[in-house]
Design a protein around this ligand. Structure first.
Ligand SMILES: Nc1ncnc2c1ncn2[C@@H]1O[C@H](COP(=O)(O)OP(=O)(O)OP(=O)(O)O)[C@@H](O)[C@H]1O
Length: 250
């Protein structure tokens, strides 16, 4: 499918050349202050899993909003697939619709819709709550439902904005394992915003660090999958990332 291209009005859209996501020279300002994103460049290959880190206020959510077409491009170019899905820190399920109707919201409903919802709920381990009301779900279940709602659209590009931040440590670990499996099966490009360096190391092909409006650090994470938090090969990468975030682990 053709990519969605957003450009500042006075500039020409860029060709994409095989990338799922191509951001070039992206600048975003709010009011008269310094730009939050400042001539930012980022490319994500089809099927690549990229973790986006950065201090609080560094512009991570602003970048995601721009990629999803919710925020305008002040300067530069953004090229993204048309089929994009986003999962946020909170599930954003509609409380007046049962789980399965939330999953296929905006798509055909009926028996076929229910079957589609059931299949994807099965994948995220939530088929037993297909008829539940969102307010009866635990935090982990609600995030599983949010993942199902994203995946049922078979996106080419999935953005995850701190999806596990509000979950307890054990549930977070299970959700990380779930996402690793889903990504392997679905093969979409993923951009995961996280504050958790270990989460980035566990899941991503690349970790990028946003600092002063640009990507300052961009490292490949090479250990084979499945990965484990205790892998000694993570020590050096953890150190590089903590350093880039201004945290020293000595
Ligand atoms: N609508 C807005 N109007 C004015 N300023 C905004 C708006 N949205 C974001 N900002 C500012 O842009 C900067 C980046 O915000 P953003 O939410 O993108 O950061 P973040 O890296 O996602 O932070 P966090 O990790 O705390 O979620 C902040 O200084 C924020 O105050």
């Amino acid at each position: 499918m053709n990519p969605r291209v957003q450009s500042a009005p006075q500039t020409r859209p860029l060709p994409r050349e095989g990338a799922a996501v191509c951001v070039q020279g992206l600048t975003r300002r709010f009011g008269k202050g310094p730009p939050v994103l400042n001539h930012l460049d980022l490319t994500i290959a089809p099927g690549e899993f990229v973790a986006l880190l950065g201090r609080s206020g560094s512009g991570k959510s602003t970048l995601l909003r721009t990629l999803s077409g919710l925020d305008p491009v002040n300067e530069g170019h953004v090229s993204c697939p048309q089929d994009v899905a986003v999962v946020f820190q909170e599930s954003r399920l509609l409380p007046w619709k049962r789980v399965w109707k939330n999953i296929v919201l905006g798509q055909a409903g009926g028996d076929a819709g229910r079957r589609r919802a059931e299949a994807v709920l099965q994948e995220v381990g939530l088929s037993h709550r297909i008829d539940a009301w969102p307010m009866t779900l635990s935090g982990g279940e609600a995030q599983r439902a949010a993942l199902a709602r994203a995946l049922v659209r078979e996106p080419e590009f999935l953005m995850l904005d701190e999806p596990f931040a509000a979950l307890d440590a054990l549930t977070r670990l299970k959700m990380q394992q779930l996402v690793a499996g889903l990504w392997t099966r679905h093969g979409c490009a993923v951009l995961l915003v996280t504050h958790d360096v270990d989460e980035a190391l566990l899941l991503a092909d690349r970790a990028v660090v946003l600092d002063a409006g640009r990507i300052r650090t961009d490292i490949a994470i090479e250990p084979d999958r499945p990965r484990h938090h205790a892998d000694p090969r993570f020590a050096r990468l953890r150190s590089v990332l903590l350093d880039a975030l201004g945290v020293h682990d000595d």
